[in-house]
Ligand binder design. Structure first.
Ligand code: ARG
Length: 576
């Protein structure tokens, strides 16, 4: 049930019946304060202006024409022409009842789109570090949300698996293999990369071999390809361990690295030339874009092929967008990449649109995010100033969660503790990130994210266990609840209304790629539930009807928290 969409439609109809143009916007929003009702329509004022009519007069006409029988118990006009809508409790109760038994809590079936989501994208022969964390977890929340709504999601892990560094890496892999070193050598990717680089810088013969391997690899040489594949495999096998620990849904099948587009690149360059978009400039091939000016105020040149024939990161992203539309059949493409790459993407997509590779009807969206900072406000680093490996960060999260839980729960069993620390530790790291608006930088702070109060994973997970425990204690399931939901108390009505807003939140997150909206909603819901539970006795309610009704509200809360946290990739536990 999408109440906002329903009311928007109703108010729009009334506006049009009152003489407004067909494209008039009702501007229906959730009201910020209970005194303004559950929803308010703010569109009247701007329509009245267009019609040259006093806004309150139009508002009165709209209210008269508004058909909300059975949906709203009251509508009133406020201020210059706002329309406040108070939902009918009976209507809310019926829909809450329906949400309990309907699939996916009764959300409206969507017209399924194919949505390609580009996220995570670590680089081969390097260990994943904190720089990949935001893309990975925000992107995964987006993928889960779109899927929950019913869209077909194609996860595209745009791994950095190509480039001139592979000559050096292959040469070093060869050396390691010749020396019969164990695979352990490879498992430490940071070490491996550093050693390869060292040999390249210090050993002229090695460097020579490395350069010849680059050329061979690009030419499709069997041996070099085999070595290259080994490097990719080892890296992605390791990254998979991190994905699994993070409860991220990516698998090895989702790897669509840069190399996938290699074969398309010469054709793209030729085509852009033929279309008159690309030109030769000092041996390189360049696209000049009027939309972007350089320092001198001239159109900026975007190089798509270098003098030596090499293609660039931009060329690959042009091909990649084309592929996602043409081959994958994308209706929409979302890119979870940090904000520093914004200009890069805009340039690539400007070229894509000009060349007609992806029609305007298929959105290419950069869902960018800021950096992860330390408490000092500087980029998050290790004590010694190095980049923080993701695996180490997760170890620390689990370690810290373990100490915290053991402190709070001295009697907890070894086995319970083990499960709990993973859910809480990993959940805390993820939730801290997801709960902040993604567009800005954010401060990574262990104490905040592991706090049991406030909008944190431990709080949310605990809130979930509290609701779940009601059913454990009373051994009740839905089948035993035959009475309908009744909403006599304000707190009951407020909780039920908020529960029905789940779909609105999902829709917003899916549209804007903003999981923090879901976090705020769930946090608010947990708070409403707390108030309800405190003031409205559930198991000891004054009558069996009310007991069942309240149990149903609790059950719907439990399910909503569960599904909501699930779209975020946050695990729930039954006991804490
Ligand atoms: N591998 C890149 C990096 O680590 C990110 C790739 C993002 N995706 C893309 N289509 N360019 O910076």
């Amino acid at each position: 049930m999408n109440i906002q969409a329903l009311l928007s439609e109703k108010v729009s109809q009334a506006l049009i019946a009152a003489g407004a143009p067909a494209d008039s916007e009702a501007q229906v929003r959730q009201s910020a304060k209970a005194q303004f009702g559950d929803y308010q329509a703010n569109g009247v004022m701007s329509v009245a202006k267009k019609l040259g009519m006093p806004p309150r007069q139009l508002a009165e006409k709209v209210v008269q024409l508004l058909e909300l029988d059975g949906i709203a118990s009251k509508t009133e006009i406020a201020g210059p022409g706002f329309i406040n809508i108070f939902l009918d409790r009976q209507w809310v109760a019926v829909h809450a009842d329906h949400a309990l038994i309907a699939p996916k809590l009764g959300i409206t079936p969507v017209e399924a789109q194919t949505i390609v989501i580009d996220y995570s994208a670590p680089n081969v022969a390097k260990e994943m570090h904190v720089g990949h964390l935001r893309s990975t977890i925000i992107g995964d929340a987006a993928a889960r949300t779109q899927e929950f709504l019913g869209h077909k999601v194609i996860r595209a892990n745009h791994v950095g698996d190509w480039g001139t560094q592979f000559g050096m890496l292959i040469a070093y892999l060869e050396k390691v293999q010749n020396e019969n070193a164990s695979d352990m050598e490879l498992a430490d990717l940071e070490h491996f990369y550093r050693e390869a680089k060292k040999h390249y810088d210090e050993d002229a013969q090695f460097a020579e071999r490395a350069r010849s391997y680059v050329v061979k690899l690009q030419g499709g040489d069997e041996y070099c390809l085999k070595m290259w594949r080994k490097l990719v495999d080892v890296t992605m096998t390791q990254n998979q361990i991190t994905y699994d620990r993070l409860n991220v849904t990516l698998t090895q099948r989702d790897v669509m690295g840069e190399s996938l587009y290699n074969s398309m690149l010469p054709g793209i360059v030729a085509d852009l030339k033929a279309k008159g978009l690309a030109v030769e400039s000092e041996g390189a091939t360049v696209v000049y874009l009027d939309e972007y000016k350089n320092k001198e105020g001239d159109p900026m040149g975007v190089i798509i092929q270098k003098k030596d024939g090499a293609f660039l990161y931009t060329t690959t992203d042009i091909a990649c967008a084309k592929y996602r539309y043409e081959t994958l059949g994308a209706d929409r493409v979302l890119y979870y990449i940090d904000s520093r790459q914004h200009q890069h993407l805009m340039q690539a997509w400007t070229i894509v649109r000009k060349a007609g590779y992806v029609p305007e009807s298929v959105p290419l969206e950069h869902h960018m995010f800021g950096m992860m900072l330390g408490k000092d406000g500087k980029p998050f680093k290790t004590r010694s100033g190095g980049t923080v490996k993701l695996a180490d960060l997760l170890d620390e999260a689990i370690d810290r969660a373990g100490k915290l839980i053991a402190e709070k729960n001295p009697d907890i069993s070894e086995q319970d503790l083990k499960e709990l620390v993973v859910a809480v530790g990993i959940g805390a790291v993820k939730y801290a990130d997801l709960s902040k608006s993604r567009t800005t930088d954010y401060i990574f702070d262990w104490d905040n994210m592991l706090a049991f109060e406030g909008n944190t994973a431990p709080y949310m997970q605990y809130a979930y266990t509290r609701v779940a425990s009601i059913f454990k204690r009373a051994e009740i399931d839905l089948n035993g609840l035959t009475q309908p939901i009744v909403l006599n108390e304000d707190r009951e009505a407020a909780l039920a209304t908020r529960l029905l807003q789940f779909e609105e939140v999902l829709t917003t997150v899916a549209r804007d790629g903003t999981p923090h909206v879901m976090c705020s909603y769930l946090y608010d819901l947990a708070g409403l539930f707390s108030g309800f539970y405190e003031h409205c006795p559930v198991l000891n309610a004054q009558s069996e009807e009310i007991r069942q009704s309240r149990l149903k509200l609790a059950l719907l809360t439990q399910k909503t928290l569960k599904h909501g946290l699930d779209t975020l990739g946050i695990e729930t536990v039954e006991r804490m």
